[in-house]
Design a protein around this ligand. Structure first.
Ligand code: ZN
Ligand code: ZN
Length: 208
């Protein structure tokens, strides 16, 4: 199993990189990604913190002998922009983090304008917005065209099943993430795996 969406205490997670890696090793996970929030948030991962975190990640890699990717989760603003510190991450997740009437527009603009690998918690129900079949198809077309992975996220319990169903005949790449902010949720991706096997068994699984 892999878990490619874990927050550490370098942003708003509670656990340290060491604790997360130790837990992942105990759980027998093959790979994890430490993915902290980016600089659009005051507590986000700036360049200095990214460098410090990298040292901890490298130490944990050699200590526990598991794959630990160094990632970041950027919020997508109303113009479809994301903001990154000056650092070479293994991969980038982009997610909408606030209520918006233009969810699909933001995501599509973001894909067209920015380099990133994974769309985080797609259509999470933490926000109120009206689903729109046409725009949703356009969003999936864009994801597919740019090869952006669709995340199945067990904290947000998303994307909704009907969205996964409409991905069945597409070449959509899937990423698996717990979005853990606490140690007890690290590696809790069973829900994601069930969904993936049910709807996207043949889909390629994202690996950074
Ligand atoms: Zn998020
Ligand atoms: Zn997250």
């Amino acid at each position: 199993m892999i878990d490619l969406h874990i927050h550490s205490n370098f942003s708003d997670g509670k656990a340290s990189v060491f604790e997360i890696a130790k837990k992942a090793k105990e759980l027998g996970l093959k790979a994890i990604a430490i993915v902290d929030h980016s600089i659009e948030l005051s507590f986000g991962l700036d360049e200095r913190k990214a460098k410090l975190r990298q040292i901890e990640i490298e130490n944990a890699r050699s200590l526990f002998g598991i794959k630990i990717y160094s990632g970041i989760e950027c919020g997508i603003n109303h113009q479809g922009e994301i903001f990154l510190p000056n650092f070479d991450f293994d991969f980038i997740i982009a997610s909408v983090h606030e209520n918006t009437v233009d969810y699909y527009g933001r995501v599509i603009k973001c894909i067209e304008k920015n380099d990133f690998e994974v769309l985080g918690h797609p259509l999470s129900d933490m926000f109120e917005f009206v689903r729109d079949q046409k725009l949703e198809e356009k969003m999936l077309d864009t994801l597919e065209a740019y090869g952006i992975a669709l995340e199945i996220n067990s904290t947000h319990r998303c994307p909704p099943e009907d969205l996964l169903m409409s991905c069945a005949d597409r070449r959509i790449v899937v990423s698996i993430g717990s979005d853990a902010h606490r140690l007890e949720n690290v590696g809790k991706v069973e829900w994601c795996e069930e969904r993936r096997k049910k709807y996207l068994r043949r889909a390629e699984i994202f690996v950074p």
